[in-house]
Design a binder for this molecule. Structure first.
Ligand SMILES: Cc1cc2nc3c(=O)[nH]c(=O)nc-3n(C[C@H](O)[C@H](O)[C@H](O)COP(=O)(O)O)c2cc1C
Length: 324
């Protein structure tokens, strides 16, 4: 395939694996890159900037294709050494970074000096335009459907993408709810130059998570995720398990506070779920796109299939609809 995304990133298919806390290890990123997409290591999954440098090296041994690093600026009581993580990325020679979570401005000069292509992931057109003004090279639009943080505007991709495409000039990625060939075709038709997927990549052979989690994603449907933390204006879409329902119950009480749910939402418990396969051990991230996920292929099988079926949809089904 050839789009502005394949050209700019030097990849075969316009398909990116978004940053995934605890899941975005070298195994995941290299598998996606070897399959013709763009894999991303998730910086904050590494306990220190030094560990990130080693993970980048490990990924380099697993693929000779382009891969990148996601750096997410999260809301935390104690700030993380983001500038040190960013410096490690620049020094490592990695040429593609996905930023998310907050304004990337303080990091742009360093990334640009190192010749890095910056993909900024955001959830609204206004934030996309701001990132474009700051010099970001690609905007990844996370619609309401997305796993993780969809923002507070609740605009699904059917509206968000064409709105973004009408105003943003740099290449655009459609993120959130993308799971198969139909999603890929739709994303391109809505004005994107490629897609970004999270949940779909969790249900692949190479994803470094427990088989129970992969099976739960396959068994799940479009109603198996839910939002939490809306009250704190830090909305997060996660798998709808007993922990998620408990959090929602507490949040629904008008007098409830964050302290009451702090332990339930502790991020480290996500990793317990991913490592042990105990699906009720904590909250864990997955999106509505579970409704489109019915198997656990290799990344190569997944991407080859998405692209060949997309071609079939365009050349046969759609072409027929417009035939005189
Ligand atoms: C397990 C998991 C962890 C995630 N962690 C992050 C993260 O640390 N930083 C980030 O920018 N996005 C994160 N995301 C969001 C994805 O990068 C992507 O934007 C989202 O999954 C797209 O929606 P989809 O799951 O419907 O494809 C995560 C998603 C998942 C499924």
């Amino acid at each position: 395939m050839r789009t502005r995304i394949t050209e700019l990133l030097g990849i075969k298919y316009p398909i990116v694996q978004g940053g995934m806390m605890w899941v975005g290890l070298a195994e995941m990123a290299s598998a996606v890159s070897n399959a013709g997409g763009l894999g991303l290591i998730t910086a904050l999954t590494q306990p220190s900037p030094e560990a990130l440098a080693k993970e980048i090296e490990r990924c380099r041994e697993m693929t000779d294709k382009p891969f990148g690093v996601n750096l997410t600026f999260t809301v935390r009581p104690k700030p993380l050494p983001y500038h040190e993580y960013a410096a490690v990325i620049a020094e490592s020679g990695v040429k593609i970074v996905e930023t998310a979570g907050n304004n990337p401005e303080p990091f742009m000069a360093g990334f640009k000096k190192a010749g890095i292509i910056v993909i900024h992931k955001c959830t609204s057109v206004r934030h996309g335009l701001k990132a474009e003004r700051l010099g970001c090279d690609v905007i990844s639009m996370d619609g309401f459907e997305c796993a993780g943080h969809p923002g507070e505007d609740d605009t699904p991709n059917f509206v968000l993408l064409p709105c973004a495409a009408a105003q943003i000039k740099v290449p655009l990625l459609a993120s959130g709810g993308v799971g198969n060939a139909r999603s890929l075709v739709a994303a391109l038709a809505l004005g994107a130059d490629g897609v970004n997927m999270g949940t779909r990549f969790m249900a692949t052979k190479e994803a470094p998570i427990h088989e129970n989690v992969k099976q739960a994603i396959v068994a799940g449907d479009e109603r198996s995720s839910t939002h939490i933390l809306r009250k704190m204006r830090n909305t997060s879409r996660i798998y709808k398990n007993s922990v998620a329902l408990k959090i929602r119950e507490i949040e629904a009480r008008p007098d409830s506070t964050f302290q009451e749910i702090a332990d339930l939402v502790a991020g480290v418990k996500n990793n317990v779920v991913y490592q042990t396969g105990d699906l009720e051990a904590g909250t864990w991230t997955a999106g509505m796109v579970m409704g489109l996920i019915h198997d656990i292929p290799t990344c190569k099988e997944l991407l080859d299939r998405m692209v060949s079926e997309a071609q079939e949809i365009v050349n046969s089904q759609l072409a027929k609809s417009f035939a005189a």
